[in-house]
Structures are given as C-alpha cells and as structure tokens.
Write a protein that binds this ligand. Structure first.
Ligand code: C5P
Length: 222
C-alpha cells in the first residue's frame, strides 16, 4: 500500500479542507473533499427542481450523475458530469440545503461507497464529518478539528469576502451552528469524534501550525 489513510473530520468551517490540502501536498497524497460530494448532489437536486425531501427522486438523481475532481489552484475543480460547479456548490443556497440531503440514508450509502473506492489504495487525505467514524474506520491517522463558533464565523467571513459573498457575521454564526446541529443530530453517521481520533482545537492556531502538527502525527505513523 502506498501511503496512509488520513481522516480529517470536524464541524463546519473548522479549516479542514485548507489544512487537508496542505498536508496532502506535503506527502504527495491525494486530497478528497467529501463535503464537496454532498454539496454536488445538493446542487443537482436544486437545479433539477426536485424537492429536498423526496428521497426516492434524490437517490435516482445521484445514481445518474458522476462527481469528479480535477486539480486546480487555488481550489480543486469540481464537476457534476460535464458541468463545473466549483463555485456554485459554495453558494448559500447549497450550503443551507446540504444537511437535508446528507441526512438521507441512500445518499450516504452511495457516497460512502464512492469515497471508500477513492481511498482504497491509501496515500489519501479525506476530510468530512464521518470519515474516521464510518467511511474509513481503519484509517491510520484520524484528526478531529474544532474551533469556537466565533472564530469559525470570522474565517468564513474572510473566505466569503474573497468570493464576493456578503453574508453578515451574525448570520454566518447562526448558519454554522444550525448546520452543526443538523449534522450532529442526524440518525445516520452523525458528526462525531471517533474514539481513536486526535482532537485539535485550532481556535488560536494558524493554518500552518495545524498542518505542521498533523504532518508530525503522520510522520510518526508512516
Ligand atoms: O465540509 P463541508 O462544509 O463542505 O460539508 C458540507 C455538508 O456536507 C456538511 O454540512 C454535511 O451535511 C455534509 N457532509 C457529511 N459527511 C461528510 C462530509 C460532509 O454529511 N463526510
């Protein structure tokens, strides 16, 4: 097997994808953003005008589409079939609907399967909510990233400004808390720290410090 499986989980806007990308580059591992996969099917559901709670129709739609990643800077490109959705899946309409789609058992079963295939050969950094607990229970490295709601909302505010999205801080805080609540209380593989995961509170850490810490943990296991 070429390289380890590294699972990075945690609540919304905890810096998972930023850090996961840096770590993946450092070890020449593949990076897989599982949140982008849940966002991609949510985007498709909204596009198709399918009701968010029509589980049979959502399932049928997911079975019809491919979700692909392509390298890109500063962010990986995401495609649903031949349509690039990199920016579209970060818009508030998708962000605020995604938890309702990701709670559905058929969606989770299908995407978990696709994620396991991507991670099968090792040499992967995968970020999400249930990677260490459900998708890759045997991952050699499991990290659970947390940060205060205030700090996460501030980070999101900055990210959004760069994308031309102008949601106020108070709204962001509310949306982050709502998404965490829905993701943590859903019936199937809720957001939770795996028993063997290492918890890192990044509230007063820089991105580089977090990435360095995770790199150390990987090096100890490699
Ligand atoms: O990580 P990101 O914020 O892009 O994830 C978007 C949403 O996708 C989460 O709020 C959650 O509902 C869902 N998700 C999930 N399981 C994962 C990754 C994301 O349910 N492994």
């Amino acid at each position: 097997k070429q390289g380890l499986q590294v699972a990075i989980d945690g609540p919304a806007s905890a810096g998972k994808s930023t850090v996961a990308k840096i770590v993946a580059q450092r070890f020449h591992y593949i990076y897989c953003d599982t949140g982008a996969m849940y966002r991609a099917i949510t985007w498709k559901v909204l596009q198709a005008g399918v009701a968010l709670d029509d589980e049979a129709a959502v399932k049928a739609l997911l079975n019809q589409i491919t979700i692909r990643f392509e390298p890109g800077t500063p962010v990986q490109k995401v495609f649903v079939d031949d349509t690039e959705v990199t920016l579209a899946i970060r818009q508030p309409d998708v962000t605020n609907a995604v938890s309702q789609i990701s709670a559905q058992s058929a969606v989770r079963a299908e995407l978990t399967e696709r994620q396991r295939q991507i991670a099968d050969a090792g040499g992967i950094v995968m970020d999400g909510r249930d990677i260490g607990s459900t998708v890759l229970p045997k991952a050699e490295v499991k990290i659970f990233l947390v940060a205060s709601v205030e700090e996460r909302a501030q980070r999101r505010l900055k990210d959004n400004a760069a994308k031309g999205i102008n949601t106020p801080l108070e709204t962001l805080k509310y949306e982050i808390e709502e998404r965490d609540r829905k993701d943590s209380t859903r019936k199937i593989s809720p957001l939770t720290q795996a028993a063997d995961a290492i918890r890192l509170d990044t509230t007063s850490m820089s991105i580089q410090e977090v990435a360095d810490r995770i790199a150390e943990i990987i090096q100890e296991k490699e």
